[in-house]
Design a binder for this molecule. Structure first.
Ligand code: ZN
Length: 178
């Protein structure tokens, strides 16, 4: 979240700003899990940085390596934590779901899925599970059938939701935000 402000000449710009960002990052790293930090980087780190290389082919922008790594790492985690273990999952599809959500890129997920040989229903189902794992507003209890078997397993609050709440608490405690 501090990274987002870094792009503008705001309160966190300049040398004092850099020191403040360092302090905020240290506090966040002490309280949030590595996965929570990566998910926040997907959402709040700038996806592109200014490029001054002046090559003929340069658009003036380059992909932020921190953001790119966060997307790849969260995709790897999602394969294991958001989707059923027994299914073979192509990580390229998971990454496409994340790029569409966090990169604001117009990616046709059904086309990506089709090129990987995934049926439409599987594409939709996996997208829903991945986004629920990240963005589910609150935890859901398990639902039992009359015979006692479970029809719907308990589902945790989305990682981004819990990470944001915790980060907000940490930054407020540190006096960085009101
Ligand atoms: Zn360049």
């Amino acid at each position: 979240m501090a990274d987002k402000r870094r792009g503008d000449p705001g309160p966190l710009a300049g040398l004092d700003g850099a020191a403040e960002i360092g302090m905020a990052e240290t506090m966040l790293k002490a309280r949030l899990t590595p996965l929570q930090l990566m998910v926040l980087a997907c959402r709040y780190a700038p996806s592109k940085l200014r490029c001054e290389c002046r090559a003929d082919c340069c658009s003036g922008w380059r992909t932020n390596p921190t953001w790119r790594t966060a997307i790849a790492d969260v995709a790897g985690e999602a394969v294991y934590h958001a989707l059923p273990a027994r299914e073979h999952v192509d990580q390229r599809y998971v990454a496409a779901v994340l790029l569409r959500e966090y990169g604001a890129q117009k990616i046709a997920l059904t086309d990506v899925g089709a090129s990987l040989g995934m049926p439409l229903g599987t594409c939709t189902n996996r997208k829903r599970k991945i986004l629920g794992w990240l963005l589910r507003p609150k935890a859901l209890p398990e639902v039992k059938r009359e015979d006692g078997t479970i029809s719907q397993p308990a589902q945790a609050q989305g990682i981004e939701v819990s990470a944001f709440a915790l980060a907000e608490e940490v930054l407020r405690g540190g006096g960085f935000i009101e």
